[in-house]
Write a protein that binds this ligand. Sequence first.
Ligand SMILES: Cc1cc2nc3c(=O)[nH]c(=O)nc-3n(C[C@H](O)[C@H](O)[C@H](O)COP(=O)(O)OP(=O)(O)OC[C@H]3O[C@@H](n4cnc5c(N)ncnc54)[C@H](O)[C@@H]3O)c2cc1C
Length: 435
Amino acid sequence: METQHAITCDALVVGGGIAGLESALDLADQGFQVAIVEKDATIGGKMIRLSKVFPTLDCSSCITTPKMASAAHHENIRILTYCDLQTLDRVDGRLQAEVVQRPRYVDPDACIGCRQCEYNCPVWVPDAEQGGFTARKAIAIPFSNAIPQLAVIDTDHCTLCGQCASICPTDAVDYFQKPEPLTIRAETAVIATGFGTTAIDPKYGSGTLPNVIGALEMERLLAPHGPYQRVLRPSDGKEPESVAFIQCAGSRDKALGVPYCSRVCCMYAIKQAMLLSGALPLADITIYYMDIRAFGKGHEQFYQNAKAMGIEFVKAKVAHIGAGDDGAVTLRYEDQEGGEGVTHRDHDLAVLSLGILPQWQPDGVCPVSVDDDLFIQCPSPKIAPARTDMDGVFVAGVAAGPKDIVDSIAEAGAAASEAAQYLGARQAQRSGKAA
Ligand SMILES: Cc1cc2nc3c(=O)[nH]c(=O)nc-3n(C[C@H](O)[C@H](O)[C@H](O)COP(=O)(O)OP(=O)(O)OC[C@H]3O[C@@H](n4cnc5c(N)ncnc54)[C@H](O)[C@@H]3O)c2cc1C
């Protein structure tokens, strides 16, 4: 399938989150050769980092890990992590991607994932995988079920003390590793680059209030393998007695830069509130919302269950969060049903439903169009939701717009099916020409 710096395959999948993995597996199971290009050091996307998933409350990593392992062990799938996509365009009738393999400073063929380097490294740094709530070493495997199990040196913090190199049983540490260019030629591609979130707005205390966190950080606090193995308040490690979830703290608000609805926040906030009430049965939990959007299968019942559990729902747009006493945060909001007008309430911890943004922009990289909200454009969303305006290039998951896991997987299946049809047509065309 490949030479040292060039790979030829049937399908290129950009992004190794749940949508990209699903498309890759669907195509590979049909016998097509697939290359997945992932920018992170591990595949799995956001889903591997979630606690449990709505509306079933299944353990997220228990569902994602087998998918990751299936992709990694599939004979028709080649996974390239820690790679930057430079360009993706059509060259001589085929798609051609120019990719740069970033240096891990660890030889991937020699590293056996034993973590001796990590245990021996003297430098501790904040662990972004755990929301920054705990620390990891300057050389580390991203997390215990990361795929591949390869260590990466964090060059921002490494002091070049040499302790990792001296302990490594396979001499895998290579401080002189260089970025390596790689060309991937494919007939078709699926873009599954997913999402990031908006930053915390200054009116919600960005950077100044440690007890105001984003929902992805709350996912880590709730995860069984999270930073503390229980929910503690970041500023002082206290168990919060009262927690506020603030909806539309980055979406449906032009002033915050995102006019559209992020679609998953109502349900994940309800999920987090339910999990929290299990973890902290005595805590008061309040969701501040504009309106609850529970449109998916089983979602309305999920919402009703949360109300029955005693979670309080306050119809209000929170205008401001300030510092209260003893690390508390003070919310200023107008209660739209209670008739109290503008009012204030203190909580030990506030969790923001931040806006969902496209994680990748094709600008200058690939001639595929984006829509007004900068997600990949689908010219025929009703009849061909996975098709883009670039011949042979399809889209899956949140790269095309905010959506939950169920819809991401369904769309990934559609993208794989369209890509397989496209590959079949190309093969027929070529054998017709040859005959
Ligand atoms: C706080 C929170 C909780 C949630 N909880 C739930 C839930 O309980 N249930 C549910 O159904 N949904 C939930 N969701 C939504 C869910 O996370 C998404 O539906 C799902 O992760 C989408 O998968 P994806 O593969 O499209 O994107 P992602 O998970 O974002 O994966 C995209 C992948 O592409 C990679 N990538 C990006 N750019 C590039 C590039 N240029 N080159 C190569 N690779 C690239 C990324 O590194 C990433 O690995 C939640 C969302 C949030 C924010």
